[in-house]
Design a protein around this ligand. Structure first.
Ligand SMILES: Nc1ncnc2c1ncn2[C@@H]1O[C@H](COP(=O)(O)OP(=O)(O)OP(=O)(O)O)[C@@H](O)[C@H]1O
Length: 228
């Protein structure tokens, strides 16, 4: 693992050095991520697997910069340049789709592009295209409350892909989908990543999803084991 970090260094989208994430609640504390080092380079496809509670979500949030480690360091070498817009470089598909309730499906999908300075016309066009690709264009004018959990997950994927991120972090994006629709969504995510050269890390309990990725990272009680 260390060789991987040292080997590609500056080209890495994200690097974690001996990171830990410990949650404190009252008298108890949980080491959700414990002394993990890893790196992701452009174009890599990684499945993050492990039992429920093993620390997958916490590691994804650390790698995406959503939470700070309680020990160790996370860096984004390839993104920390003047040219790269950090906000546009990383994108999440959360376990819970987290669509904004007052906005339509189309508006939800456009939002990250508008927030990162894309023009309205291009944002609309790209949002429509992404929704089309995940089979959700017919529901573009609906509100999130009118969608099933699986439909909302597909919209969340379209929203995450719309900004064409360099690094896509997805937390069980097929958890609420039937097998066939889930695999179609993964294929769409991988096609989009092929097109842009993005790296993808997907936390999943689904072996078929994991089999579509190049590498498997296994978490067990906060520790990470990387298959090469
Ligand atoms: N905000 C929090 N406060 C306290 N403990 C937490 C918090 N978030 C997670 N944990 C604990 O940290 C551990 C790892 O949780 P995490 O959600 O990262 O695991 P996971 O592998 O993603 O699980 P799942 O597959 O069920 O989504 C668990 O024991 C969980 O209870």
């Amino acid at each position: 693992m260390q060789a991987e970090i040292n080997g590609i260094d500056k080209k890495n989208l994200v690097e974690a050095f001996a990171v830990s994430c410990t949650y404190h609640a009252g008298d108890s504390c949980v080491a959700a991520v414990a002394d993990v080092s890893c790196a992701i380079a452009a174009g890599q496809r990684i499945a993050l697997v492990g039992a429920s509670g093993s620390g997958k979500t916490s590691l994804l949030h650390l790698l995406g910069g959503l939470i700070s480690p309680t020990a160790g360091t996370v860096r984004w070498p390839a993104m920390e340049t003047k040219q790269a817009n950090l906000l546009r470089s990383r994108s999440f598909i959360f376990q819970n789709p987290s669509l904004l309730p007052p906005l339509t499906i189309l508006e939800n999908t456009e939002l990250p592009m508008l927030l990162t300075g894309e023009g309205e016309a291009l944002a609309r066009l790209r949002a429509q295209n992404e929704l089309e690709q995940v089979g959700m264009i017919a529901l573009a004018n609906k509100l999130p409350e009118e969608l099933s959990g699986g439909q909302a997950q597909r919209v969340a994927a379209a929203r995450a892909l719309s900004i064409r991120p360099a690094l896509l972090l997805a937390d069980e994006p097929t958890g609420q989908l039937d097998r066939q629709t889930g695999l179609e969504l993964i294929d769409r995510i991988l096609r989009a990543a092929d097109y842009t050269g993005a790296a993808v890390i997907i936390a999943t309990h689904d072996e078929d999803v994991a089999a579509r990725m190049q590498r498997i990272w296994r978490m067990s009680r906060g520790k990470l084991e990387v298959d090469h």
